[in-house]
Ligand binder design. Structure first.
Ligand code: SF4
Length: 176
C-alpha cells in the first residue's frame, strides 16, 4: 500500500488545532504506520515539499507571508483541508477586522494599559488589513470546523482519506 504523504501547516492560529491532532493519542501510532508526515510544525522539515497527498491547514491568512505559504501548499498538494474555525471562517484572527490592522496594532503595542508602550526592534509587524479564511485565496477540498475540531473528527477524516471512503462532496463543505 502506498503511504499517504501528509503535511500540516500553521498560519494565523493558536496551535490548538495541531494540539487536537496530537490528542488522537495511541491512534497516532496507527496513523504513523500509514502516512509519512513530510512537512509540519510537528517534524523537522525546512521546505514544503512537492507531491503532497493531503495538507491540513490551521489558521487564517493574516499576512502576505501567510498567503504565499498557502498558495505554495495548494500548488503542491492534491487535497487541501481547512482545519478548524480560523481556517474555515477567520474566527479569532478575524475579530480584528472591524477595527482594522493598524488600529489593532496600536491598541496592543502602544495603548495597552497593563503593558508599557513597546515597539518591537524591527517595527510593528505588517498585517493585512483583514484576516481571512483559506477559501478566499485557494480552492479548499474539505472544511473541518471546530475550535478546535474534535480529535475524533480529525482522525475520522484522515482515516476516511486513507481508506478511500471519505466523500469530499459531502460532510462539512462550507464557503464559496
Ligand atoms: Fe486556535 Fe480555535 Fe483557531 Fe484552532 S480554530 S487555531 S483552536 S482559535
Amino acid at each position: 500500500m502506498n503511504r499517504l504523504r501528509l503535511a500540516t501547516l500553521w498560519l494565523d492560529g493558536c496551535s490548538g488545532c495541531h494540539m487536537s491532532l496530537l490528542d488522537t493519542d495511541e491512534r497516532l501510532l496507527d496513523l504513523a504506520a500509514q502516512v509519512d508526515i513530510v512537512y509540519s510544525p510537528l517534524v523537522v522539515a525546512k521546505d514544503f515539499p512537492e507531491q503532497v497527498d493531503v495538507v491540513c491547514i490551521e489558521g487564517a491568512v493574516a499576512t502576505d507571508a501567510d498567503e504565499a505559504r498557502l498558495r505554495l501548499a495548494r500548488r503542491r498538494s492534491r487535497l487541501l483541508i481547512a482545519m478548524g474555525d480560523c481556517a474555515v471562517t477567520g474566527n479569532v484572527p478575524a475579530m480584528r477586522n472591524i477595527m482594522g490592522a493598524e488600529a489593532m496594532l496600536r491598541a496592543v503595542y502602544l495603548e495597552s494599559r497593563p503593558l508599557k508602550p513597546q515597539i518591537p526592534a524591527d517595527g510593528l509587524p505588517h498585517l493585512n488589513e483583514q484576516a481571512l479564511p483559506l477559501h478566499h485565496f485557494v480552492p479548499v477540498d474539505l472544511f473541518i470546523p471546530g475550535c478546535p475540531p474534535a480529535a475524533d473528527t480529525l482522525f475520522a477524516a484522515l482515516g476516511g482519506l486513507l481508506a478511500g471512503t471519505a466523500d469530499l462532496r459531502l460532510d462539512t463543505r462550507f464557503g464559496a
